[in-house]
Each structure stands twice: as C-alpha cells, then as structure tokens.
Design a protein around this ligand. Structure first.
Ligand SMILES: Nc1nc2c(ncn2[C@@H]2O[C@H](COP(=O)(O)OP(=O)(O)O)[C@@H](O)[C@H]2O)c(=O)[nH]1
Ligand SMILES: [Mg+2]
Length: 327
C-alpha cells in the first residue's frame, strides 16, 4: 500500500467495505481509482482496483435487480466506445440509427430513449461503438448513466443547432459537473478534483440544416472550439458525417497496423488496433500473449527506413504499418 494516499481515499474505501450492492461497490472503487495518484508505484494497486470493478460490474449485470432498467454496463466492442450525451431532441437516436444497425426510437417528443442502446459504426476498415443514451437530464436513469459516461472512451456531446447552443451546453456541462465528469480541456474547480473523471470529448452540432446562416455553429465554436474538437453535421441531410467519424477516430488516439506472414501479402481489411505510439512487442502481445515472449524480431513496411526493415521489439509503430513477426 503506497504511503500518502489522501484521506478521501480511505473514506471511499470505508464506503466500499460497507457497500451493499455491486453498483455501490463499483462507484466507491471508481472513486478510489480516480483519487489514486498515477505512477509506477501504484500500477499494481490500480490494476487490482480495475479488476475488482470488473468483478462487481459482472455481479451487477447478473443480478436481476429491481429498478435497474436497461443495461448498467455496455460491453465495449470494436475500436472504441463512444457514448452520446445531450438534451432531449438533439438527434442522438437519429444519429445512431443512421450510422449503425441499431434501431433506437426516434421521435419529436422528449424522453423517447429510456435505455442505452449500442450499435457499431463503420469507419473505413474498422468498427467503432456508438451508444445511444437517454437525455442526460433523465433523473431515473442517473446512476447507471453516470457510470456509462465514466466508462466511455469518448463522449459525443450533441447540441441542436436549430436552437441557441449556449443554454444547451450549459445544461449538459452542469449535469456532467454533478456527476463529476469533466471534458478534457475544460477547467476543473479545486473542490471537484477528487473523484473527477476527465473525459475526451467531441462536440457535435446537429441539425445544421436548421442553422442556415451558420450563426449557431459560430457561437458554439467561439466558446468551446479552442478547448474541445467540434464538428457540424446534419443527420437529416447526411452532411458532415465523414468529418465527424474522422474526428472520433483522431480523439480515440489509436492506430491501425496490419500483420503478414512471410511471403504473403497483408490483409488490409483486418487491422490490429493499438494505442498510438505502441511498439512492435505491444503489437505482438495484442495478437497473442505467447507471441510477445517468443518474438525474435520483426520486419516493418511503413515506418522503417526502408521496406521490410528488420526492427527490434521496442520499435515504435505508425498508423498503417505492415508488420511481419518472426518467432
Ligand atoms: N432538421 C433536422 N431534424 C433532425 C435532425 N436529426 C434529428 N432530427 C429530428 O429531431 C428529433 C429528435 O431526434 P431524436 O434522434 O429522437 O433525438 P434524441 O432525443 O436526441 O435521441 C426527431 O424529430 C428527428 O427527426 C437533423 O439533422 N435535422
Ligand atoms: Mg433518443
């Protein structure tokens, strides 16, 4: 146990020990994880906390608990999990319906969406998970809603460009504040620092077809554009969607590499998805645990000095590289 853990950590631990439901346990553990300083000395403990969170999440999923409508936990699939955040009527369900095989209800009355609904969105040769959500102001959904937001890789904050964007953004950011979720790039007040989850985000102005002059988008950009990536789309007219997908891909901070067997061509439809800056040995491990141990060397097409260059385990790969492992 590392020394100097702040007192709030021990308080959260007490809450954890006395918690009765798996949901409460997950919440307490997440607080502990957020408070825990991030350095080599706490790696082990943080991994242990994550393991326990996963365990209690599974418990929660199995439990046919009362009042737990919809999924408490959405299993991450594909290259990343993007959770939609916004007020009623922004067009969240319409977006998920347009870009994935999921068919959430779309309607021009609020609170149509009651449960989270995941779907897979294709971007070039990868799949990214979009999760449609009830409006962030839905009180009934609050506890699991906050949990899903904390768990997401990226939050997609959607506003309706047919209306003044400021009150919408303020309402959303206010709710996120209460859930102790902060968009990266926005200021964190000191008293909120403990237990705050900082999340990468993309702000999406939808219904650009109703913002003929572009004035609402300009307002949005003027206040939030410097801090958070931002795009305008119209799901109705199908505009801006490619740009939005690329923005999501960029925020995920991932890259694609391709593997090949000696004498064969790489299959460019089957990328291995890795965190940006990953090395040859991390790529090997992503394919199979034993691969990393047994790896002798690799050849790289792309980021090497020349095609097929022999590189060491520590060689940093780049998006689009082709790798041939030799074991
Ligand atoms: N004009 C226009 N209307 C849209 C657009 N996207 C969604 N809508 C409409 O906005 C309403 C709310 O959409 P919905 O997806 O249910 O919103 P949600 O509450 O955020 O899930 C529906 O009547 C949609 O048809 C768009 O790009 N332009
Ligand atoms: Mg909806």
């Amino acid at each position: 146990m590392p020394a100097n853990l702040p007192p709030q950590y021990h308080e959260a631990e007490k809450v954890y020990r006395t918690a009765k439901t798996p949901e409460e346990k997950v919440e307490a553990l997440e607080t502990m994880l957020a408070i825990m300083p991030k350095h080599k000395g706490t790696d082990h403990l943080r991994a242990e906390l994550r393991r326990r969170i996963a365990k209690h999440q599974e418990e929660a999923e199995r439990r046919p608990s009362a009042g737990k409508k919809g999924g408490y936990n959405i299993r991450r699939e594909g290259a990343g999990q993007i959770v939609l955040v916004g007020l009623p009527n922004a067009g969240k369900s319409q977006l998920v319906s347009a870009l994935t095989e999921a068919r959430p209800d779309v309607a021009d009355y609020p609170y149509t969406t009651k449960a989270p609904m995941p779907g897979m969105m294709k971007f070039e040769n990868i799949q990214i998970q979009l999760v449609d959500m009830p409006p962030i102001i839905d009180r009934e959904a609050k506890s699991w809603l906050s949990h899903l937001l904390r768990n997401a890789d990226v939050l997609l904050v959607m506003v309706d460009l047919g209306e003044d964007p400021y009150p919408q953004m303020e309402a959303v950011l206010g709710e996120l504040d209460r859930m102790k979720v902060k968009l990266i790039g926005s200021e964190v007040k000191d008293e909120l620092l403990i237990g705050v989850a900082q999340k990468k985000a993309l702000i999406v102005g939808n219904k650009s077809d109703l913002d003929m002059t572009g004035d609402n988008f300009k307002l949005l950009n003027a206040r939030y554009g410097g801090k958070t990536p931002l795009v305008a789309i119209s799901v109705k007219e199908g505009t801006g969607l490619e740009e939005m997908k690329r923005a999501i891909y960029n925020i995920l901070d991932i890259m694609r590499v391709y593997t090949k067997a000696p004498g064969m061509k790489a299959d460019l439809n089957e990328p291995v998805i890795l965190k940006k800056g990953s090395t040859v040995e991390e790529a090997a491990e992503a394919i199979h645990k034993d691969f990393r141990r047994n790896l002798k060397y690799a050849q790289v097409w792309g980021s090497g000095k020349f095609d097929g260059q022999r590189v060491s385990r520590g060689h940093v790969l780049e998006d689009g590289d082709v790798v041939e492992f030799h074991i």
